[in-house]
Design a binder for this molecule. Sequence first.
Ligand SMILES: Cc1cc2nc3c(=O)[nH]c(=O)nc-3n(C[C@H](O)[C@H](O)[C@H](O)COP(=O)(O)OP(=O)(O)OC[C@H]3O[C@@H](n4cnc5c(N)ncnc54)[C@H](O)[C@@H]3O)c2cc1C
Length: 614
Amino acid sequence: MYEHDVIVVGAGGAGLRAAIAADEAGADVAMVTKLHPVRSHTGAAEGGINAALREADSWEDHAYDTMKGSDYLGDAPAIETLCKDSPYEVIQLEHWGMAFSREEDGRVSQRPFGGLSFPRTTYAGAETGHHLLHTLYEQVVKRGIEVYDEWHVLNLAVTDEERPEDRTCHGVVAYDVATGELSGFKARDGVIIATGGPGQAFDHTTNAVSCTGDGQAMAYRAGVPLEDMEFIQFHPTTLPSTGVLISEGVRGEGGILYNAEGERFMFERGYANNDGELASRDVVSRAELTEVNEGRGIEDEYVHLDMRHLGEERILDRLENILHLAEDFEGTDGIEEPMPVKPGQHYAMGGIETDENGETCITGLYAAGECACASVHGANRLGGNALPELIVLGKRAGYHAAGKEMEPAKVETGKRGEYELAEIDSPVELGEGGSPGDAVADGGAVAAGGSTDPETLIEETVAAERRRIDELLTKEEGIHHSEVRSKVQETMTQHVNVFREEEGLKQALRDLREARDEYQNVKVMDPSQTFNTDLLQTIETQNLLDLAEAITVGALARKEFRGAHWRAEAQERKDDEWLKHTMLSWNDGSPELWFRPVILEGENKTYEPKVRSY
Ligand SMILES: Cc1cc2nc3c(=O)[nH]c(=O)nc-3n(C[C@H](O)[C@H](O)[C@H](O)COP(=O)(O)OP(=O)(O)OC[C@H]3O[C@@H](n4cnc5c(N)ncnc54)[C@H](O)[C@@H]3O)c2cc1C
């Protein structure tokens, strides 16, 4: 068994920043990650990092834009923390040597981005995430922080008191991809989950194959509620054949969207009379799909994004990476012709419920980055607001886990304070299914066997994971997990997309139930003990099943149109009824739905919901 003060699971932007902070606070910190840190998906981020750096700008304006962008579902204390701390964190990155794009006078450049009232998106060409990841990883190397890379975390070692709020997390269990060794990692002070989003629940996504939401599924099964899972962002400019992202930076620099009739539809069809292409992402995605659905799409599928008028020099200076992506993945030369684009799954606004210090309701368990939901994005994330979340909230989680004194959080977690229980209107049984105590069916959640002694608990969790792996590897006959995964991705893309309606959502739950039952018969085809990606992907598929179900349950429950969540039956925002977060607890395998009120009271003002127009 390995032992450290703080264990960070995941080494993308959030995990790296958390580890640096925990190290700064004096902890012995280690990172456990299924990919080498610089292969993490943060490296794909293109457009930039929002921070109110200029005198004419302010964190208050950034907070206002973010609350409006969230369609008033963000929690004000979390949003204000994000916007206040972001400038300091960007300057810190600059001091660590991040290669930001600059103005002639040497200042860090900032570009306009959707939904922002000021050009406040700092960037490094169209490769911001790549530079961010390398800058942070350099600091990790410099500080000698231990990295267990290509160790795939399978489960958390959490005590099993009845109420999640009484449980404690003592460590994790991970599988060494190179040797097949299964080992416990004891965390004396805290475990920080920073495992990224669940994009692979959909089949047209900008997310890498590694984005399987593992940490979200593990935390959910350990008892932490998942919050606002129905809010999935569909980015308006992805390449039709692959889902590869064409950054919002293109529209920020002046790129224009056209339909098949050559109309600049964002203005000409009245979708966003002020901001046009730079309206918030949910608005632009719905506009594009409406154009296609009403017969004004190109090849009945996509629209055009044109940047030719920006000129070769500016494109090469600011958007060179976009030229390569369009050429390599779609065969389009962005200097000579418009690029085909359509909406694709891009980001999960919801996730593991945390407060502004990254703490979950389980003692010793933290989360940061895309996997977490401190509620800084609410119903819709503004472009350029995810990377600040990594560096601001990642750092806070690292400090808190390492025991640094912090201001108490204002956002409550777990079933504390005000909440309301609700029924789930599902046509099928949800959750675990399978036979009780079956290690495959419950993802090892019944591992613990009641121990509270940390070492015994971790050993029991290792043993349960060993049983799960043996069961998957030794099954005589069965289906390949990819059949189950395809079913999940297809139903999610068909029914839980930009436009949602009740019968489609119910059909998705039926399909997911079927997929879950089929999962009982999965067999890992590759019997190897080393580099067994078939085994690991089979386990990831189970995570996707749990998360796809959570997304769909939330979407079915929320009978209103807010941010990225549109419902055919209720095409308006209903503030009287729905200014509340959707919470889903695993509840030992029978999911439980409940709601918690949104916090609109900020430090100096209350953010009164207004009509959201751009
Ligand atoms: C194409 C693209 C472009 C984007 N551009 C921008 C942008 O310009 N600006 C912006 O603000 N946002 C952008 N975003 C969003 C933003 O980049 C992501 O939300 C963010 O980078 C996620 O960072 P993370 O640290 O939470 O997760 P990731 O970077 O995905 O890292 C997850 C880490 O967890 C590890 N991990 C996962 N599961 C396990 C496991 N079971 N065991 C061990 N380790 C595990 C992985 O190895 C990895 O190290 C973009 C997103 C995409 C997809």
